[in-house]
Design a protein around this ligand. Structure first.
Ligand SMILES: NC(=O)c1ccc[n+]([C@@H]2O[C@H](COP(=O)([O-])OP(=O)(O)OC[C@H]3O[C@@H](n4cnc5c(N)ncnc54)[C@H](OP(=O)(O)O)[C@@H]3O)[C@@H](O)[C@H]2O)c1
Length: 280
């Protein structure tokens, strides 16, 4: 019998973490850590947990992800997304443990006209983006066996995300919703990203910085329309979408206008938005 591949999943209640749990291969021994079991901002706890389990690999999905709140909560955003990530990187490096860390399209400023490559220079325009970029640099500096995967616009059946907000608004009977049409990106099903991470861990480390996103490029209002059009076909509650500009929908933070990532690799049997909607 072959020895199982021991993986420590950090931030296991995140939407991505829950998708990884659902798809963990049979030959994995998966150990999951919620924020109450491991607070990554606690350096000593990071060391203790990694010493106790001594995994073959760690996947870090834990993050401060409240993009708007981060503007007024910079200290906490950096504590989790930079210092917390450094704690993990240092602890992994001591025992040469492989670390897969997740980052974001928001490290870019959104002024590009074509998909961002991993070689493009980041220039975040928000506290969240700056804190995630700081985390990336700390991972690369402090953990030799590390890989960073940037992704974008995650949605899933779990947690809080745009697709679920649209479904809630439809079910609440909102006839019409205003959605911005001047921010362009690639909605990415967290289950597909989970598959991509699982695939990555089967291979040796070739690249330390990768991009993964699903292939359809659209605005938030196109995304909302896709959700509602599928629900309408299925006879479920839906809304009509009024496209608005970002200036008509002010938020505490400016978001990149164009945050399409050039995906560096693909997966087999990619799950579509309609299949996810069928599960809801
Ligand atoms: N969501 C997106 O659209 C998006 C886009 C691009 C990149 N990403 C990145 O993808 C990754 C996963 O995102 P997601 O949307 O799946 O995340 P999520 O659902 O927002 O969950 C984040 C998780 O991080 C945990 N966490 C927060 N602070 C922690 C701490 N100090 N110690 C340990 N755990 C902590 C939270 O635990 P509690 O629930 O207990 O607080 C939560 O379960 C993140 O790195 C995120 O930056 C997300």
């Amino acid at each position: 019998m072959s020895v199982p591949f021991k993986v420590l999943l950090i931030g296991s209640n995140s939407q991505l973490g829950r998708c990884i749990k659902d798809r963990a291969p049979d030959n994995w021994c998966l150990i999951t850590m919620t924020s109450s079991q491991l607070d990554i901002t606690n350096q000593q706890q990071c060391r203790q947990v990694i010493d106790r389990y001594h995994p073959d690999a760690i996947i870090n999905t834990a993050a401060y992800t409240a993009v708007d709140n981060a503007e007024s909560d910079e200290h906490q955003a950096f504590l989790v997304n930079a210092q917390g990530v450094k704690n993990l990187a240092l602890a992994c490096n001591i025992d040469n443990i492989r670390l897969v860390h997740i980052s974001t399209d928001y490290v870019f400023d959104g002024t590009a006209k074509q998909p961002y490559q991993t070689t493009d220079t980041p220039n975040p325009i928000s506290v969240y983006g700056r804190s995630k970029l700081a985390g990336e640099l700390l991972v690369l500096a402090h953990c030799a066996q590390s890989q960073i995967i940037r992704t974008s616009w995650l949605y899933s059946e779990y947690g809080h995300n745009f697709m679920k907000t649209m479904i809630r608004l439809a079910e609440e009977g909102r006839g019409e919703v205003k959605v911005v049409d001047d921010q362009i990106g690639c909605p990415t099903y967290a289950g597909n990203l989970a598959q991509a991470i699982i695939g990555l861990l089967k291979k040796p480390i070739n690249n330390r910085l990768l991009h993964y996103c699903d292939s359809e490029i659209m605005s938030w209002s196109d995304f909302a329309k896709a959700v509602f059009s599928y629900r309408q076909q299925k006879g479920q509650a839906y809304c009509t979408v009024s496209p608005v500009s970002s200036s008509e929908y002010p938020t505490p933070v400016k978001r990149p206008a164009y945050s399409v990532l050039q995906s560096g690799f693909d997966i087999e049997n990619k799950v579509s938005l309609s299949s996810v909607l069928d599960k809801m």
